[in-house]
Design a protein around this ligand. Structure first.
Ligand SMILES: [Fe+2]
Length: 484
């Protein structure tokens, strides 16, 4: 059967809460200009909002976790007041194999893998590398990555066609995890990976010509589960946090995540192009961090702003409430994170930390031109009080005043990770727009919404209707015209 025909087949996904309702995978790949819209699409900005996320292709092998879905990218390309929507599956090596076989062949995060099955890539060799987590922009291409490391795939940022793998191995690098970061100032792509055998972490730099110009192992006391990293103008920051696979079970090839509150968090600061053995570790209170807001240098200090979870493990009460085959997934997928600031003093080795805002919020983004530089504003989503992860609003945080501006979506609408799109010739950090996809359960169609970044609480300036639903996803990027 031709692969294009398979794409339209209907799949029975059963009652898995991350495969039904707003999370139901979609079956079509579209390329649609001339969309209907409500309001006005501003003409004073252009670029492409791209968002990655899980969109399971075949009926799952066994129990399905939200993180197992095949990567699909959606985009909204803005130009001269017009917009074009596109979406495509990422053609990973694993998905190509499953397309050839016509079924899922890898178990998921919640399955007990049959050791006779195919192994895969990344830090957990039984998981399929689906490249569904993150999307970065580097050297004129989009780069998709998976949170448990693996291959990084390059995509055409306009057509969304998968171009192939980013060449890591011929340059001597191992793998790449999600949350590699582009320094818009000089075009570097900074990345890390992690593994269950030494070296437990690696760190590297591609330059703006997509050449690997730095790669070094990072010494850790054991296998860890970092989710992201940070950078300043001169330094990169890597994390050793006390939530990781139980080391005793890992010896038996069982990947069970545990939180160790008796341990401290450690943040490793390394000059961008320095050897791993020069890294300096700063200690802080135990926590888990999925996502970094920004980081920069202030005299002798490194400032690091994050969304921090002080108790990343679901409480006994929540675990008891959420029983059944998907209970563990539902319990663990609670992102109770708050805006938190660290200050690492390079002269004294001291760490200071404080919560800047008590509001629970996640998936933070900034004006990317301020990446690694002192910034004031960040844009987050708020989490709906539902059984599955859904984003019921957005919030602009001002780290100078401590104030925030909130917008709550109407009933049945759920947003995605935002991106900041600067106005042409923008003159200040928040001079631009916020873009998001919206899953609209009332209309059954997706939307692209554009908010004024100066005050998103005013609501969307434009609601562009997409002729298919857009399920919630993970991470996004914004492609400026000069980076195409
Ligand atoms: Fe993430």
């Amino acid at each position: 059967m031709a692969k294009s025909e398979v794409l339209t087949n209907v799949v029975d996904f059963g009652d898995n809460p991350y495969l039904v309702g707003p999370h139901e995978p979609i079956r079509q790949e579209l390329d649609r200009p001339d969309l209907q819209y409500i309001g006005e699409i501003p003409e004073d900005f252009s670029g492409i909002y791209i968002r990655n996320g899980p969109n399971q292709r075949f009926a799952p092998y066994g129990l399905h976790h939200w993180f197992d879905g095949d990567g699909m990218v959606h985009s909204a390309q803005f130009k001269d007041g017009g917009v074009c929507y596109r979406n495509k599956w990422i053609k990973t090596k694993a998905l190509e194999i499953e397309l050839d076989e016509g079924k899922s062949v890898w178990p998921g995060l919640m399955d007990s893998p049959d050791r006779k099955l195919k192994t895969s890539w990344g830090s957990d060799l039984w998981l399929k590398d689906n490249s569904n987590t993150d999307i970065s922009i580097h050297a004129g291409k989009a780069v998709s990555t998976f949170y448990q490391c693996g291959d990084a795939y390059t995509l055409d940022p306009v057509t969304l066609e998968t171009l192939g793998k980013l060449d890591l191995k011929s340059s001597g690098a191992r793998q790449m995890s999600a949350h590699c970061l582009t320094d818009e100032d000089n075009g570097d792509l900074l990345f890390f990976d992690y593994a269950v055998k030494p070296p437990y972490m690696s760190y590297g730099v591609f330059n703006k010509e997509a050449e690997l110009v730095h790669y070094t192992p990072i010494d850790l006391p054991g296998a860890r589960l970092p989710h992201s990293m940070a950078f300043t103008k001169n330094y990169s920051i890597l994390m050793d946090l006390p939530m990781f696979w139980d080391p005793k079970l890992l010896e038996k090839d069982i990947h069970k995540v545990s939180f160790y509150p008796e341990m401290q968090s450690r943040f490793g600061i390394i000059e961008r192009m320095a050897s791993g053995n020069t890294i300096r570790w700063f200690k802080a209170d135990p926590c888990y961090i999925y996502h970094v807001i920004n980081s920069w240098e202030e005299e002798q200090e490194i400032v690091l702003d994050v969304c921090r979870m002080s108790s990343p493990v679901p409480s006994k009460n929540i675990r008891q409430k959420l029983s059944g085959p998907y209970g563990a997934m539902l319990a663990w997928l609670k992102l109770d994170a708050c805006y938190h600031r660290y200050r690492f003093n390079l002269e004294t080795g001291e760490t200071k930390e404080e919560r800047l805002n008590d509001l629970l919020s996640e998936f933070p983004v900034i004006n990317n031109r301020f990446g690694g530089l002192s910034s004031r504003y960040s844009y987050h989503v708020t989490l709906a009080d539902t059984g599955v992860i859904l984003f019921d609003g957005l919030v602009k945080m001002d780290s100078v005043t401590g104030k925030s501006q909130n917008y709550k979506f109407p009933k049945g609408e759920y947003g995605s990770e935002l991106q900041f799109a600067p106005r042409n010739n923008c003159h200040s950090e928040d001079d631009g727009y916020l873009i998001t996809f919206v899953t609209n359960m009332e209309s059954g169609k997706g939307e692209i919404q554009v908010f004024p970044a100066e005050d998103p609480s005013k609501g969307p300036l434009s609601r562009i209707i997409v002729p298919q639903q857009i399920p919630p996803g993970f991470h996004s990027s914004y492609v400026l015209p000069e980076n195409l």
